[in-house]
Design a protein around this ligand. Structure first.
Ligand SMILES: [Zn+2]
Ligand SMILES: [Zn+2]
Length: 139
């Protein structure tokens, strides 16, 4: 069964066929800009499983924390941040765009070195100061 999502105004829709490779919470400074300040909750969709089903999103590319370019994909109409593209075999899809965000259980925290002191980081979850190894360690 496909997992579906899209932006707030409905101009962009996507679907993911298959399971997520994991879910995590990114605290990096770039993600703080893209979320408006909070941590960035993402699910990792393997790239072959991900497909845009409606609309033409906009893209913004700049170097990520580990050096490679990261392209942030968003709706040009309503501004909803949707997913990222880079030199990795999955797209980090932002939890807020999923039709049902409650299906996720973020397992790990990353880039905690850039988190402000008021970001929530649940005790007992693996937390990495920068990028974690991929695939993520089992919880
Ligand atoms: Zn939109
Ligand atoms: Zn980030």
């Amino acid at each position: 069964m496909a997992i579906e999502g899209g932006c707030l105004c409905g101009a962009i829709r996507y679907e993911i066929t298959g399971d997520f490779a994991g879910a995590g919470v990114c605290h990096c400074r770039s993600c703080q800009y893209m979320t408006g300040g909070g941590p960035n909750y993402v699910a990792l969709a393997p790239t072959p499983a991900f497909k845009v089903t409606k609309g033409q999103p906009k893209r913004y590319t700049r170097p990520g924390g580990s050096g490679g370019d990261i392209t942030r994909v968003f709706c040009g109409e309503c501004g909803t941040p949707l997913w990222s593209e880079g030199a990795f075999p999955f797209y980090p899809v932002k939890a807020g765009g999923l039709d049902d965000p409650s299906i996720l259980e973020p397992q790990i925290h990353l880039w905690t070195s850039e988190a402000p002191p008021w970001h929530p980081i649940e005790p007992g979850r693996p937390a990495f100061p920068e990028n974690p190894p991929f695939p993520p360690p089992a919880p």
